[in-house]
Ligand binder design. Structure first.
Ligand code: 4AD
Ligand code: MG
Length: 468
């Protein structure tokens, strides 16, 4: 008998209830499923098994009855995590719980009994404990949800760009440059000997695909990268990882305003896809992680993102302190300050509790490649802040003038040797270009409401932690 999935069966039964079942589907026929035991309750003559096969978040109930189910006895002592083939009939249930049907087993085949010490038992486990068993934590509903949303979101990202005629650039992982100039790269080799692996060139793991992205945008006009990036910063926060994924579009002939428009449309598109495709997961989040998820997501797709200049943000914060409306741990706010998360949080809350763009930052707190504004002290950069998360994406219009870029690198005492090719792009018809980087995990955090970034990436790496 052909094995089907719980997801298929569920769809067929819903259609059956609406008299729209596919041809050949007969509720009275037996079905065959393969998967794992989530939990098990043995009442002697009847055994109830909560059963999953990975195709859906919600498990289904298998019922084994003495005298009805052949080899009922083999299920005695069945342990959580065990795998089996279940054959039986779907029976519609009348109780009001979300479960629409259960399977009355006619036969069952225990494929592999799990060990007694299988770590994921039915009880609640802490997220910290589960991080330590990251190889099996997706067997919990929370991590199934997190990783399913992650997967749907990555397809949605590729889809958005594909639909909008962007070319995907798989940016290199090993590079000879520090794209952000922040000195936070992981070193692959720093052997300067001519006979070393890269002929004396120092190699590190990429912190951003932007420089390569800018090169490709000069041919294809609209391109994006989407892949892992690495940062050796020693921050122990719930927002930082040493290995995280970034989405980086780059568009030739695009200015800062057009870029912010793209960022907003892109994020709204992604959220709408998740609302549509992950309703079961959203439902789970609403009941178990964050009861406000539905309105939070709806808010993102329906509001216009606020936009304020950096200097206005400074004024808002200072005014709020002066009027006693808030008291930050760090009340020293001045033009040129790199805002902290408490300030970002306040800005989001005071501007409608939605996303906020801050743009035109002081050049001294931003990267070397950003477009120098005519005022002489700001650059055409924008950060997108999300409530509770803080910075979710950052972008800029790029400096397109060869001499200005070169001078900026000199001012910052940067060695330009490894990025001469990048600076040279300005000589070959580089009129204008803008792009941004979205922290993929931070967006998943916002959607799922999970407060630690380590819970939205399969095997998290952070300062001091590399178990898997
Ligand atoms: O603001 P960042 O450093 O910008 C860049 O790397 C630019 N080159 C992007 C571009 O213009 N193409 O990083 C972009 C985003 C941040 O807004 C944040 O969401 C995320 O990447 N991010 C991190 N996420 C997790 N862990 C870390 N350590 C992160 N550092 C940055
Ligand atoms: Mg940034």
């Amino acid at each position: 008998m052909e094995i089907i999935t719980i997801k298929q069966l569920n769809q067929n039964i819903r259609q059956y209830e609406r008299n729209e079942a596919p041809e050949g589907f007969d509720i009275n026929n037996e079905v065959s499923l393969i998967g794992w035991v989530r939990s098990c309750r043995d009442n002697g003559k009847i055994i109830f098994i909560s059963f999953t096969d990975g195709s859906r978040l919600n498990s289904i109930q298998l019922v084994s009855k003495d005298g009805v189910t052949q080899n009922h006895e083999t299920l005695k002592g069945l342990r959580v995590g065990s795998s089996l083939i279940a054959i039986g009939k779907a029976v519609l249930t009348t109780d009001s719980s979300q479960q629409k049907f259960e399977i009355i087993l006619s036969r069952v085949k225990l494929l592999k009994q799990a060990d007694e010490n299988f770590p994921i038992q039915k009880k609640e486990h802490s997220k910290e404990f589960l991080r330590d068993v990251a190889h099996i934590r997706t067997k919990t509903n929370t991590f199934y949800t997190s990783m399913k949303i992650r997967s749907e979101l990555s397809f949605a990202i590729h889809n958005f760009f594909h639909l909008n005629n962007f070319v995907w650039l798989s940016a290199p992982i090993i590079t000879s440059n520090d794209a952000e100039g922040a000195g936070e790269s992981f070193i692959v080799t720093d052997d300067s000997d001519d006979n070393s692996f890269f002929g004396g060139v120092k190699a590190s793991l990429t912190v951003s695909g932007q420089l390569h992205a800018e090169a490709y945008a000069q041919t294809f006009k609209r391109i994006y990268t989407f892949g892992p990036t690495f940062r050796a910063e020693k921050s122990h926060t719930s927002r930082h990882l040493s290995e995280f994924w970034m989405v980086e579009p780059e568009i030739a002939f695009c200015d800062l305003n057009q870029l912010m428009f793209l960022m907003e449309s892109f994020i709204k598109f992604l959220i709408k896809i998740i609302q549509k495709k992950c309703y079961e997961e959203i439902n789970f989040i609403e009941k178990n992680i964050d009861s406000t998820v539905v309105s939070r997501l709806e808010n993102i797709v329906s509001v216009d993102f606020a936009k304020i200049e950096y200097k206005t943000a400074i004024e808002i914060l200072n005014r709020a302190i002066a009027e006693g409306k808030t008291n930050f741990e760090d009340n020293e706010i001045y033009f040129g300050k790199d805002l902290k998360s408490e300030h970002e949080k306040f800005l989001c809350e005071s501007l409608g509790n939605g996303p906020v763009f801050i743009y035109n930052f002081p050049s001294k707190i931003k990267s070397f490649y950003m477009k120098q504004n005519a005022d002489g002290n700001t650059v055409g950069a924008c950060d997108l802040l999300f409530p509770n998360i803080g910075e979710i994406a950052g972008g800029s219009q790029r400096e397109d003038d060869y001499d200005k870029l070169m001078n900026r690198c000199r001012e910052l005492n940067m060695s330009t040797e490894e990025i001469q090719w990048y600076i040279d792009l300005r000589k070959f018809g580089y009129y204008k270009s803008s792009g941004f980087g979205l922290g993929f995990e931070r967006l998943i955090q916002y959607i799922t409401g999970l407060d630690n970034i380590k819970d939205v990436i399969p095997f998290p790496r952070s300062n001091g932690v590399l178990k898997f």
